[in-house]
Design a protein around this ligand. Structure first.
Ligand code: HEC
Ligand code: HEC
Ligand code: HEC
Ligand code: HEC
Ligand code: HEC
Ligand code: HEC
Ligand code: HEC
Ligand code: HEC
Ligand code: HEC
Ligand code: HEC
Length: 333
């Protein structure tokens, strides 16, 4: 590792830093004994950045300090460790470790209460989620996070790091196959929905929650990617958009009048079983819902229709999303 080259030099400077900083800290603690806690007192985060950046940090946070679940060096395997990207923490002039962990000089030099002196970015830190997020938003405010502030996850006080892992070469939430697992940690009800017989292929890893939702917040209901529910669906089911010669009013209004988005025990994600679904809006008169009864269907005046098997209104009205056939007014062709 490149940093090793500087280790010896860093150690020298480090030693002198320790002595001066500890002195300064001691002074601060005696003079402020009766005063309310001042920022910068012993046991509080410092305000100065470490002069040698990561070289200082890596003196202690080397491979020996790694745990089975954490490696410091992991940060160099991801995009944040890129040195040629001038926007990355390790790009030229970047604050390196301290871009995310805040000023670390006091932490590096003070010998006690170390965890109180550095912003760990972990849930048990002394920072609120909003404070932790500030470090990230300094670089990531724009793009898909324009609506972060005020979005449901911001309101619920989530931290960026509730979803993102950074000291790793592989952040599970960024991969279609593993994203949903991260969401399911909190969204248990949705986990159940996606186990039903008819679902979008999320558990198969072919689709992700973020194909429909913006986890960073959006102006739409349920943080959908597009301004309306239907527009969200059209981004993949474009053939349902129309315009149709003969529209079926509820389709152009709201797909959710008939479909759930996450999962259903009925075919095609339907929110009710087919006959009940249709007859929640359409009168039963002239269109009985039971097959092979005496009651007639239109065009089948001899008796009950075998076509109703399985509640099959769509056996005849197959163009349920609208028709472009000149004689398609009844959505049959
Ligand atoms: C002189 C050794 C030393 C140096 C230099 C040092 N640290 Fe630490 N750091 C520690 C120790 C010891 C801990 C506490 C570990 C523990 O208690 O689990 C710690 C903990 C941390 C934590 C976790 C805090 C928490 O609440 O769990 C972070 C983050 C951290 N250091 C970042 C840094 C950064 C960034 C730098 C460079 C600016 C740095 N450290 C320099 C020794 C050092
Ligand atoms: C891009 C932001 C970012 C940078 C840069 C960064 N870290 Fe971290 N660090 C985090 C986050 C977020 C966590 C919380 C744990 C996690 O998500 O993996 C963390 C956790 C830690 C911890 C605590 C680990 C534990 O579980 O106790 C230490 C120690 C640490 N970082 C040291 C460093 C050092 C040293 C550097 C520089 C070589 C560095 N970090 C650079 C974001 C960053
Ligand atoms: C100093 C600026 C800076 C800070 C601070 C920073 N990032 Fe980044 N981040 C970047 C850059 C630059 C990239 C790479 C962008 C690219 O290549 O498209 C990046 C990429 C990412 C990515 C995408 C990684 C990938 O593999 O595609 C995620 C997720 C991310 N950052 C989250 C965070 C979080 C969470 C924090 C706060 C703990 C944070 N960042 C802090 C600059 C920063
Ligand atoms: C609820 C989980 C969640 C939270 C909280 C979250 N993210 Fe993300 N983030 C994702 C997912 C999922 C993706 C990949 C899909 C996408 O781009 O929408 C992603 C992608 C990213 C990317 C890379 C792609 C891009 O948009 O540039 C960056 C950078 C990023 N997030 C930064 C952040 C920052 C900064 C925060 C905190 C303000 C944050 N994220 C909070 C789930 C989350
Ligand atoms: C750390 C817990 C946590 C994680 C992880 C998480 N969420 Fe959430 N999410 C919440 C909370 C809390 C709310 C707000 C209360 C609620 O509606 O349940 C919420 C709300 C939502 C909403 C509803 C928004 C609204 O306006 O009603 C959506 C959609 C959502 N999350 C999607 C996701 C997706 C997608 C992921 C994964 C990329 C994810 N969440 C990961 C905790 C989490
Ligand atoms: C095919 C698009 C789509 C996918 C994929 C999807 N959702 Fe949704 N989700 C929606 C729609 C549409 C709504 C709004 C439902 C409504 O208001 O009728 C919604 C609503 C939600 C809500 C708000 C509560 C609710 O049920 O109304 C949460 C939370 C949520 N989704 C989480 C998730 C999670 C987590 C995933 C991934 C496992 C996911 N969604 C995948 C379309 C989708
Ligand atoms: C990111 C692309 C995408 C988006 C957005 C999307 N879908 Fe899908 N949809 C799919 C895929 C992929 C399938 C599975 C096709 C297959 O299995 O052959 C599917 C299947 C379906 C099915 C049939 C399910 C079955 O069991 O046969 C329905 C109904 C459906 N989607 C409705 C919707 C609705 C309503 C929305 C908007 C809330 C929506 N879709 C948004 C990609 C998408
Ligand atoms: C009036 C109720 C109703 C509405 C509203 C509705 N659908 Fe459907 N949809 C159905 C029925 C019923 C089926 C099953 C068709 C069958 O039995 O063959 C279906 C099947 C589907 C399928 C799977 C088969 C296919 O045709 O590809 C998709 C995808 C689909 N709908 C998408 C949508 C989208 C997108 C919207 C909103 C633009 C929507 N639906 C609105 C009733 C509806
Ligand atoms: C949310 C309410 C709703 C649901 C559910 C619904 N429809 Fe409709 N349907 C309508 C409306 C509104 C019209 C337009 C009626 C009009 O223009 O007079 C319509 C029109 C029709 C037409 C055209 C005939 C006409 O009078 O214009 C047929 C056929 C039809 N629907 C069949 C079905 C079938 C089959 C189902 C079940 C798969 C179904 N509908 C579910 C509301 C609904
Ligand atoms: C055997 C074929 C067939 C089946 C099955 C069928 N229909 Fe029809 N439906 C028709 C025909 C033919 C017409 C046109 C009658 C006309 O032109 O007067 C029609 C007309 C309609 C209309 C518009 C006129 C009216 O009666 O309001 C609606 C709505 C409708 N059907 C709904 C349904 C529903 C709901 C079901 C399921 C319970 C269903 N249909 C099952 C053949 C069928």
């Amino acid at each position: 590792m490149k940093f090793a080259r500087f280790a010896a030099l860093a150690a020298l400077v480090f030693a002198s830093l320790v002595s001066t900083q500890v002195l300064a800290a001691d002074e601060a603690s005696t003079t402020s004994a009766s005063a309310p806690a001042v920022p910068g007192a012993v046991g509080e985060p410092g305000t100065t950045y470490s002069k040698h950046g990561a070289d200082t940090c890596l003196e202690c946070h080397d491979a020996d300090a790694d745990t089975p679940t954490f490696t410091t060096a992991g940060i160099f395997k991801g995009k944040h460790g890129q040195r040629r990207n001038s926007h990355s923490p390790f790009g030229q002039g970047g604050l390196q470790c301290e871009a995310c962990h805040g000023p670390g000089d006091r932490h590096a030099t003070q010998k006690t209460k170390r965890t109180l002196t550095i912003a760990s970015q972990k849930p048990n830190s002394f920072q609120t989620p909003a404070q932790r997020n500030e470090a990230c938003l300094t670089c990531h405010q724009g793009s898909t996070r324009n609506a972060w502030h005020g979005g449901a996850h911001d309101r619920a006080q989530l931290a960026c790091t509730d979803c993102h892992k950074l000291h790793t070469d592989h952040d599970p939430v960024l991969t279609k196959k593993t994203e949903a697992e991260v969401c399911f940690r909190c969204h248990k009800e949705q986990r159940t929905q996606f186990q039903k017989p008819s679902t979008h292929p999320v558990s198969q890893g072919l689709m992700a929650c973020s194909d429909c939702h913006n986890p960073h917040g959006s102006g739409a209901q349920a943080m959908l990617n597009k301004p309306t529910l239907n527009q969200t669906c059209f981004s993949c089911h474009a053939e349902k958009r129309g315009p149709m010669l003969w529209e079926h009013a509820p389709v152009s209004e709201d797909c959710a009048l008939c479909h759930t988005s996450h999962g259903s025990v009925r075919p095609a994600l339907l929110s009710k079983s087919p006959t009940m679904l249709c007859q929640s809006c359409h009168s039963v008169a002239g269109h009985p819902a039971v097959a092979r009864t005496g009651a007639a269907l239109p065009g089948n005046s001899g008796g009950g229709s075998i076509f109703l098997i399985n509640g099959g209104c769509t056996n005849c009205h197959s163009q349920i999303h609208g028709s472009n056939h000149p004689a398609g007014a009844m959505l049959m062709r």
